[in-house]
Ligand binder design. Structure first.
Ligand code: ZN
Length: 493
């Protein structure tokens, strides 16, 4: 096969770090890259990667000109096993794609950088990637499987021995991660908790993970990710619990990240972990400020071959075609990631505002980041300061504006105020994905725990983040919509 300039190719350890630092230089308002060792005062992995110590690079992507406001954080890990080499390449090409398209004004992925902060470690096990081996190896020759190194359903001396696992912990501890994808390779699967030996049952003669408190959400988002990553004439990525689709294991990142903060069942979380690793370990540091950690996390097995041939990567131009199916491994996973990032929290988006007359404007909007819509309300502030509510029903019942779905645009005509400095306030409020809240027999018996589900639950404090307030400003012939976080008008609102 002839490899053309701009085609996807395997990037080695040095090329990945180089490409990330070039992107950060080219798009300083969109991409930041730092050494995780400096950021969180972590040691380096053993040995070296070429002429220097191996560096785990922490990358964050967002439109940093927009204040954090409602931005939801998502974490993507490229690899925990060094020889599973597709994930790191997917994440680097995803970073490049996001920055380039956003910078070029392509609005189809506009929301991913306005509404989200994407944190990624393309090479979470940088040493393993450099040397193409599964484990993280210590200077004493000890080989640690990073995905058995977390304090959940694990022996007390077998956790946080690796630098990579400590790096993952620090990312979760220091951020508020709503959702995470952790890339592996060797089979083709989109899987979710449970995947540990303390939550296991037999169904139809097979071992499966029992129902987690967030199982409805996990299963429904997995279906979306499966559809988005579907390549014509290829098998779809299989979906299900990790125990069912991969196998159960002790000390895996996924069960720890999702469950360790709330699951007090026997053999669940461990807070007595004292690693035998030669690396200094401050126990207090690793078992404080962690109760907020409970992301909607998926383990993605990217491809049957841990190092698939580049002719099956797909072509970058395929991503420009909005209605096309992905044409190879890299594109199927970029589409999967984009869809996952968007689904973390529903949000309204104003499509257009037009002046109908001197006294009225028309607002067209959509609800994004969800699967189904149960109710949409448009609230306009009247002269007494109270809000009048107008219920809007989807023209195609039940559908949010999602890539897998027909799009529903809502319209509302707003009377323009001539008092209050020509400013008219309105809000958009909605109920989405109420089926995420449905449970049968969760284990442990608790309500849904993830912020992804709680942001959809009208009884949760997180729900209010999805209700957006706007101000419509008229200046002569000109109309503008500002969201409530716009600093220039915040004071008098
Ligand atoms: Zn793996």
């Amino acid at each position: 096969m002839v490899v053309c300039e701009g085609d996807y190719k395997y990037l080695n350890y040095t090329q990945i770090n180089q490409k990330i630092s070039e992107l950060a230089k080219e798009y300083p308002d969109l991409i930041k890259a730092e050494s995780i060792h400096q950021k969180y005062n972590l040691p380096h992995q053993g040995g070296d990667c070429g002429h220097s110590k191996c560096v785990i690079t922490y990358v964050s992507i967002s439109d940093y000109k927009i204040p954090p406001g409602n931005k939801v954080q998502v974490y993507l890990s490229g690899n925990l096993h060094g020889d599973e080499q597709l994930g790191p390449n997917v994440l680097v090409y995803l970073a490049e794609y996001l920055a380039k398209t956003y910078n070029d004004g392509d609005i189809s992925h506009f929301n991913n950088l306005r509404e989200r902060e994407i944190i990624m470690t393309p090479m979470t096990n940088a040493q393993g990637y450099y040397w193409n081996h599964r484990h993280e190896e210590t200077d004493k020759g000890q080989r640690i499987d990073v995905n058995r190194d977390f304090p959940y359903n694990r022996d007390d001396d077998n956790c946080y021995q690796s630098v990579a696992a400590r790096a993952v912990f620090k990312i979760f501890q220091n951020n508020d991660i709503y959702g995470a994808l952790t890339y592996h390779g060797g089979t083709e699967v989109i899987s979710y908790p449970w995947g540990s030996f303390n939550h296991i049952e037999r169904k139809n003669g097979r071992q499966v993970g029992t129902e987690s408190p967030d199982d409805s959400m996990f299963a429904k988002i997995a279906e979306v990710l499966q559809t988005q990553s579907s390549v014509p004439n290829w098998n779809n990525l299989r979906i299900g619990t990790m125990t069912e689709t991969v196998y159960a294991c002790h000390g895996a990142m996924e069960d720890w990240a999702y469950g360790a903060s709330f699951d007090t069942s026997p053999n669940g979380k461990h807070e007595n972990c004292s690693p035998t690793s030669y690396l200094p370990f401050n126990k207090t540091e690793y078992f404080t400020n962690h109760t907020h950690i409970k992301p909607a996390i998926y383990l993605v097995e990217a491809s049957n071959n841990k190092h698939p041939i580049t002719s099956r990567f797909g072509t970058p131009s395929n991503l420009k075609c909005k209605d096309c199916h992905p044409d190879g491994h890299i594109n199927r996973h970029i589409k999967l990631c984009l869809s996952f990032i968007d689904m973390m929290m529903p949000y309204p988006i104003i499509e257009t505002v037009s002046q109908l007359s001197l006294s009225h404007a028309r607002v067209e909007f959509k609800i994004n980041g969800c699967l189904s819509l149960q109710k949409v309300e448009f609230l306009v502030q009247n002269s007494t300061g109270h809000y009048t509510t107008f219920t809007k029903l989807p023209t195609i019942p039940g559908y949010c504006n999602h890539a897998s779905h027909p799009q529903t645009t809502f319209t509302h005509d707003v009377p323009l105020r001539s008092d209050r400095n020509n400013k008219t306030s309105f809000k958009i409020k909605f109920l989405a994905d109420q089926d995420f809240l449905v449970q049968t027999s969760p284990e442990p018996r608790l309500p849904p725990q993830t912020s992804v589900v709680q942001s959809r639950d009208p009884n949760s404090v997180l729900y209010k983040l999805t209700i957006r307030s706007y101000i419509l400003v008229r200046e002569g012939e000109k109309l503008a919509v500002l969201d409530e976080l716009s600093p220039e008008i915040r004071d008098d609102y």
